[in-house]
Structures are given as structure tokens and as C-alpha cells.
Design a protein around this ligand. Structure first.
Ligand code: ADP
Length: 422
């Protein structure tokens, strides 16, 4: 195995697995660190999907270290710690604490922090993260239910989470190319830095950063940072030159959309689906807390409204003011956990009733759904929109799953996803 990745949420893991698969690496995504031995003989990259973004830092460290140890035991040459392209984290972590633990465990001198994903309009300039034309702190991420991002300066955000020194690899150097980037790494090591926040505005920057980082034991970043990594292995003669495109055998069965993300894009996708005539069921978390809405209520509704030709939509997505009002009544984490659990139970029951094609919106939500469905490993299939492929479960009853990070996908995602399966 060439590359072993640890992703702090499920949709991020899928996004990364897609990038690696498109780069010609035979990639498998596992949900959590596998407990039983896996045959990895024909696998170039494994992405371990954790659900460690918003749990206590000590637990995130324990899960990530366990994954790193498993990857190491399976011969991983290079490690990638993957987090969100909007650097989703809180003041207490978990990017810094997990990064620190991995630096130590893998005995890495220096690593980079580069969440840039230009295809999805996440760019970094002078260490500041932009979402489109807005600073991260002005973007809708400022109102995220679990990880509100109120500072766009990544040196400051990461600096508050790590005990190590954080430096910047600025645009001028990145833009000068591979040799200049490498020289800066040497200098950073000499200065005792352990992290470099790396500017990146284009995919070419990411490819150059990837090439310059060929000898790093540990890289940290968004899925974009993986753009340049397969080529390093190809250059070293460890990967074949032809890149096969991913195909997918979708199981027959009923389709459903489960949206637990409150991100601006998901809310737009919900609105477009409704306008296009897709039947929808809105989950009011307060009604769930009062047990007026249960998984059984939703399952009955979905079963009555979905057909093989047309999915039904279940959503808890709400605008920031509504989310705040609910969090004030129920608590932030408690509200999130409750909705995630409900959508997980709903998915499980729907699968039992013959639903086999799931579009799920929300990183945490997808984690909960996949856990409830008992899916342990996924094969990456064709891409629907940047960063979002269809996947199929690798064991048990075959399910097709499109797991979408909240802000990903075009506004018509809930409509067009099905066409890729046809
Ligand atoms: P994203 O990918 O957009 O970050 P996530 O699923 O990761 O989406 O996170 C959204 C969180 O918000 C989940 O924990 C979810 O359960 C929670 N949530 C969903 N709907 C509501 C709501 N109406 N009020 C409060 N929290 C909600």
C-alpha cells in the first residue's frame, strides 16, 4: 500500500478517495479502522474514514493514532491527514491536536497544512482561507451548527490548536514552483517549525506542492492536496501509467434523499428539489425531542411517497436563525446528535424495506447513516459533482450511496445524482 489517509469525516474521506482514484490509485475507503484483516494486495491507497471532527480532542487523537498504526502495519509509505477544505474545527481542535499526535507517532519533522480545493473555490492566500470571493470568516461557514469558522487566518486558527510553531509558505514561493517549495521546507525544518500553512490558488499549485512533498511522511490538508500525490508514486515506478475510470454497478431498489446538513448549498439543493416536484418531509428537531416525529413516522411517509422513478426527500436543513433557536432549546451537540441518530435509524429501516439508493447530505449526517447501515467499506464509483462520487458498499447487501459534504454539489445535485446511476 502506497498511501494511507485518515479523514476526520466520512464525506471528506469519499472526496479524497475520489481524487486518488481519479489519479489512478486503486482506492478503498474503510469506515473506521478495520477490526478484521483485509486483503490489500491490489490496493494502492486506503482512506480510513473517522468521525472525529467534533468529538473531544483526546478521543480524536486515540481514533487517529489507531488508524495510523493500522495503516503503518499494512505497509503505508506516506500518510495523509485529511480535514475539511474549510478547516472545520473548534478552538480546542481537532486538527491541531491530531496533527501533533501524528507528527510524533510517525516521527515526522515537518508537515504542511493545506486545505485548498480550488475546484470548489477554496483557496489560500497569505495564509488566509477564502471561500469563493469571501474570507472564510465572512462565508456561510461562520454559522456552521458545529464548527462555526470566525477567523480566516489559518496560522492563527491552527496556532491556537497546536503546541508547535506554525509558519507560512506564501504564494510567491508556491508560485515559483517545486524547487522553491522544497527549499522552503528545508529552511522551515532548520527554523524548528513543525507546520507550514501553504498558500494555493490553483490546481497547479497543489500539484507542485504535492511533488515537492514526495518525501514527507505526513501531509495534512483537504482532498485537493492529494492531486499531486499519485504522480509521485508513478514517477517512482510504483504505479502504472494508465488511469482507468471508475465504474459502478448500482443495485436495483428504491431511492431516497436524506439531508441533515444546514449548509447554504444543501438548503439550496433542498429548495430546487422541492421546486422540481420531489416530495419532501421536513424534520422539526423540537418535534423529534417531544417524540412527535420518530424514525417510524418518517419511514412510513417515505415508503408512501418514493418510487423507483422518483426519490423522496427527508430534510432537517434549516437556516442559521432556526438552527440557533433549536440549539438554544436543546443544546448544540445534543440537537446534532439527535437529528443524526434519527436519520441513521431512518436509513436503516428504509434499507430493510428495499431502499438501496441513498443520497445523503452532510458530513456528520453521512457518518451516522453509514454507521447505522453497518457499511464498513466502500468502493468509489463515478463522480456526480466535484468531490462527490457514487459509492457502493463492499460487504453485505449492496447499497449505492452518494455521501455529500453539506456545501458540496451544484444546486441541482438532488436531481442529477440519479442520472449518473441510470
Ligand atoms: P455539513 O456537511 O453541512 O457540515 P453535517 O451533517 O456535518 O453537515 O452537520 C450538520 C449538523 O447539524 C449535524 O450534526 C446535524 O444533525 C445538525 N442539524 C441538522 N439539522 C439541524 C437543525 N434543524 N437544527 C440543529 N441542528 C441540526
Amino acid at each position: 500500500m502506497l498511501l494511507g489517509a485518515i479523514a476526520d469525516d466520512l464525506t471528506g474521506a469519499t472526496d479524497l478517495a475520489l481524487t486518488l482514484s481519479r489519479g489512478g490509485m486503486r482506492t478503498v475507503q474503510v469506515v473506521g479502522t478495520p477490526k478484521s484483516p483485509m486483503d490489500l494486495a491490489s490496493v494502492d491507497a486506503v482512506v480510513v474514514a473517522l468521525k472525529s471532527r467534533t468529538i473531544p480532542a483526546a478521543e480524536a487523537i486515540a481514533l487517529s493514532s489507531e488508524a495510523a498504526a493500522w495503516l503503518k502495519a499494512n505497509g503505508t509509505r506516506q500518510f495523509l491527514f485529511k480535514y475539511c477544505s474549510t478547516f472545520d474545527s473548534t478552538a480546542s481542535g481537532n486538527i491541531g491536536p491530531v496533527g501533533d499526535a501524528l507528527l510524533e507517532q510517525l516521527e515526522a519533522k515537518l508537515t504542511i497544512a493545506c486545505p485548498a480545493f480550488p475546484t470548489n473555490k477554496r483557496t489560500i492566500y497569505q495564509g488566509h482561507l477564502f471561500v469563493g470571493d469571501q474570507l472564510l470568516s465572512d462565508s456561510p461557514m461562520k454559522d456552521h451548527p458545529l464548527t462555526p469558522m470566525r477567523d480566516a487566518n489559518l496560522m492563527r486558527v491552527l496556532g491556537a490548536q497546536t503546541r508547535h510553531k506554525v509558519g507560512l509558505l506564501p504564494f510567491a514561493i508556491v508560485n515559483a514552483g517545486v524547487a522553491a517549495i522544497r527549499a522552503s521546507y528545508e529552511q522551515a525544518i532548520a527554523e524548528g517549525l513543525r507546520y507550514l500553512v501553504v498558500d494555493a490558488i490553483t490546481d497547479q499549485h497543489l500539484r507542485d506542492i504535492g511533488e515537492a512533498s514526495a518525501d514527507f511522511t505526513l501531509i495534512t490538508g483537504g482532498s485537493g492536496i492529494a492531486l499531486g500525490l499519485p504522480e509521485n508514486f508513478r514517477r517512482a515506478g510504483l504505479l502504472p501509467h494508465d488511469v482507468a475510470t471508475a465504474t459502478l454497478q448500482a443495485p436495483a431498489g428504491l431511492p431516497v434523499i436524506l439531508a441533515g446538513s444546514c449548509s447554504a448549498m444543501t438548503r439550496e439543493q433542498v429548495a430546487q428539489a422541492q421546486e422540481a416536484g420531489i416530495a419532501s418531509f421536513r424534520i422539526d428537531p423540537l418535534a423529534v425531542a417531544e417524540k412527535k416525529i420518530t424514525a417510524a413516522t418518517i419511514v412510513d411517509w417515505v415508503t408512501a411517497h418514493a418510487s423507483t422513478a422518483k426519490p423522496a426527500l427527508v430534510y432537517s436543513s434549516a437556516d442559521p436563525a432556526e438552527v440557533l433557536a433549536i440549539q438554544e432549546k436543546l443544546g448544540r451537540q445534543a440537537a446534532g446528535d439527535m437529528v443524526e441518530h434519527l436519520l441513521g435509524e431512518t436509513a436503516k429501516e428504509l434499507a430493510a424495506r428495499g431502499f438501496s439508493r441513498f443520497v445523503v447530505a452532510g458530513g456528520e449526517t453521512s457518518g451516522a447513516v453509514v454507521a447505522a447501515l453497518g457499511v464498513e467499506a466502500l468502493r468509489i464509483g463515478p463522480e456526480i459533482d466535484p468531490g462527490v462520487p457514487w459509492t457502493t458498499s463492499l460487504q453485505g447487501r449492496p447499497l449505492a450511496l452518494a455521501l455529500k459534504s453539506g456545501n458540496f454539489g451544484a444546486p441541482d445535485f438532488f436531481l442529477k445524482a440519479w442520472k449518473v446511476l441510470a
